[in-house]
Design a protein around this ligand. Structure first.
Ligand SMILES: Cc1cc2nc3c(=O)[nH]c(=O)nc-3n(C[C@H](O)[C@H](O)[C@H](O)COP(=O)(O)O)c2cc1C
Length: 213
């Protein structure tokens, strides 16, 4: 038993068993999500929990249609087949009992306002905005959600793939909050008995640099 077991327990779960996740458990995961750090504590997230099969089917149809459209534009058959192969990975929410749709509002950045008021070049503003703080806040919240789900015995998967049908899904959901748009979908359910192993990581030497002097 290691102090980091709660981290090692998580992996993406894409196959689920029948059965609902009780609302009180979903609320616990959402509470964990909102304990994440966010830029200037703006908490620029909103979570829409979809447990309605009809809406989920419409979302899946929209993702499939958008996917097929993009595939039809592929430069050759190999590229088309490669893209079509990932479609099931964009539809995990259809196999789970619950889809948590994560909306975000752009980070309200004071430095951008100051620079804009002074007519600074857009290229400079683009560099300042490039860390995409709003999106990073959502990532932190989703990870908290995933850790909570795994440690409560549920299976979940973070997905941005289906966001290519973001406009259509937003219309299907009908959720509106000024300034907010769809960033990700979390599929959530009871994990299947057998699920693939977590993929291997790159060795730390490849992804870590210490600067000591
Ligand atoms: C921003 C983001 C987007 C992702 N989008 C998808 C997705 O659309 N579909 C999917 O099946 N997995 C998606 N994943 C899950 C990754 O494929 C997964 O985290 C990675 O393969 C490592 O596996 P693990 O989560 O089991 O450690 C996404 C993960 C992140 C962080």
């Amino acid at each position: 038993m290691s102090e980091l077991d709660f981290i090692y327990k998580r992996k993406s779960i894409r196959d689920y068993k029948e059965g609902e996740v009780p609302k009180e458990d979903i609320l616990k995961m959402l509470e964990a999500a909102t304990l994440a750090p966010s830029p200037k504590h703006q908490q620029n997230w909103h979570f829409v929990v979809v447990q309605n099969g009809e809406i989920v089917s419409k979302m899946a149809e929209a993702v499939t249609k958008s996917h097929e459209y993009i595939a039809s534009l592929a430069r050759n058959e190999e590229e088309r087949a490669q893209f079509m192969k990932v479609l099931p990975y964009y539809l995990n929410f259809q196999r789970s009992s619950c889809a948590v749709i994560v909306y975000a509002k752009e980070y309200d950045m004071i430095e951008e306002k100051i620079l804009r008021a002074n007519g600074v070049d857009e290229a400079i503003i683009d560099v300042i905005k490039s860390p995409q703080a709003g999106a990073q806040g959502i990532g932190a919240a989703v990870e908290n959600f995933l850790l909570a789900a795994a440690n409560m015995g549920y299976g979940a998967c973070y997905m941005t793939g289906p966001a290519h049908a973001k406009t259509e899904i937003e219309q299907i959901i009908g959720f509106e909050k000024p300034g907010y748009s769809l960033m990700a979908i979390i599929s959530l359910g009871i994990p299947a008995d057998e699920t693939p192993r977590q993929p291997r990581r790159k060795p730390l030497e490849e992804v870590v640099t210490f600067i000591t002097e």
